[in-house]
Design a protein around this ligand. Sequence first.
Ligand code: FAD
Length: 521
Amino acid sequence: MTHKCIHWFRKGLRLHDNPALMAALRDCKELYPVFILDPHLFDKTRVGLNRWRFLVGALTDLDRSLQKLNSRLFVVRGRPEDVFPQLFTEWKITKLTYEFDTEPYSASRDKRVTALAKEHKVEVVYKVSHTLYDIDRINEENNGKAPLTYNRMQAIVKTLGPPKKPVAAPTVEDVKGLKTPHLGNDMNYYGVPALDELGHDTLELGEEPFPGGEQEALRRLEEHMKKSGWVCSFEKPQTSPNSLSPSTTVLSPYVAFGCLSARTFWWKLTEVYQGKKHSDPPVSLHGQLLWREFFYTASVGVPNFNKMEGNPVCTQVDWDSNHDYLAAWREARTGFPFIDAIMTQLRREGWIHHLARHAVACFLTRGDLWISWEEGQKVFEELLLDGDWALNAGNWQWLSASTFFHQFFRVYSPVAFGKKTDKNGDYIKKYLPILKKFPAQYIYEPWKAPRSVQQAAGCVVGKDYPRPIVEHEVISKKNIQRMKLAYAKRSGNSDESASKKQGVKREAPSVVHMLKKKGKK
Ligand code: FAD
């Protein structure tokens, strides 16, 4: 036992399937599990109150689990580049371990920290466990380029075989003979942050339907895996965007923070599928995890993945900047009850169904408001519990028909789409109680109700609830034409040559079309 080791938790806020943590325990006499509140990642404008509460819950849970192993979590405030040299010296550290992270900020941060570790003669060990596969391996198998269609990525993944099996969580036996100095006086300084630390008004907090933490993640996973019939017949397009309780797993916040390992999720599904007839990718639950892998792969292979400019695979569109429209969308004041109900659920609960994300993302961008997907991406990053750099950027590009998906003429109606799965508008009534007395006939279009009906419902449009900010039928047609122009410019091949320069391969749109027709995301 020679090492004094820091295991640096960033994502991966769990003990199960944490190979880097296991590497820390090897040959270790003193263990310091550390989480850093990096001001670059954690500031009020980027992390909404619900996501902050989720993180605080996850850190509390992790600290509790570490205490059961006679250790604890040290939460340190500051930039990692400033924090580590002090900790290396103060705690006489000889080894640093962490989970590999593909985000550009994380990659540059880790490079700087690794250089500092070298200066302090600290050995660095990192392991891949946030994704099913080593993302670089997938791109390598595709001749060093990001596969830009799901079925291409799936074909590559098939050649790699199934994902690695998850690693078991450490036991008391694994930490025998190893100690974590508790630094008694510094207990508060290194403590898990309080809910008000980020400066949000905690009085705004509502119920907590999805509490953070590994224990809750594993409980939630088990709960779903028990419903083997549901798991085996799961087809994403058949799930509902506006059911009163979620129609999909809501494991995304847990996977995003790494409270749940994607590989554990994958292998649990494999167990449930064993010997039974089951759905397949892209629509199955395995398929959903492969969508995650797909967007991670693209995010690594495509430069400037979270931007339009400088992103060689993204169609360049002349989006408007309209602050009033953006604010109306963000604050659930568009006058379209389906859109406003979704945006209310997002703000209140931090999670909305995938197809609800489709509806509001299409509405903000190519469908109605003609506002850049980057603006929507920022709002989602702040408000989603599962806010994830790669998945958010990838899905916004998809929905705005900027990348991956090219059928820009297929626009979601903010009126008809929700009716398919909720004729009565019960979802709207739940999130917009001001409309709860409207008859079903008008609940999606209250402005069409005769004044007497509005008065009887106790909600006059234009006074108690906004009028629609755009005329969907008119604006969506105009926007399709604008999108057509953007595509025409693109086929001038300017971005194709940029893609080639960047070494990024664009696959034939026809493949994407076929996938969308057959596969449905
Ligand atoms: P399930 O259907 O139960 O799927 C299981 C898991 O598969 C999810 O937990 C998630 O990890 C993964 N998954 C499912 N769908 C997708 C998908 N389309 N892309 C990638 N991974 C997927 N997901 C995020 O986790 N973070 C984001 O920031 C995010 N931003 C999005 C933005 C837009 C505009 C859109 C349209 C989608 C976004 N998604 C994002 C993808 C998807 O909507 C969510 O992952 C999913 O709705 C989470 O709910 P669930 O856990 O019940 O999913």
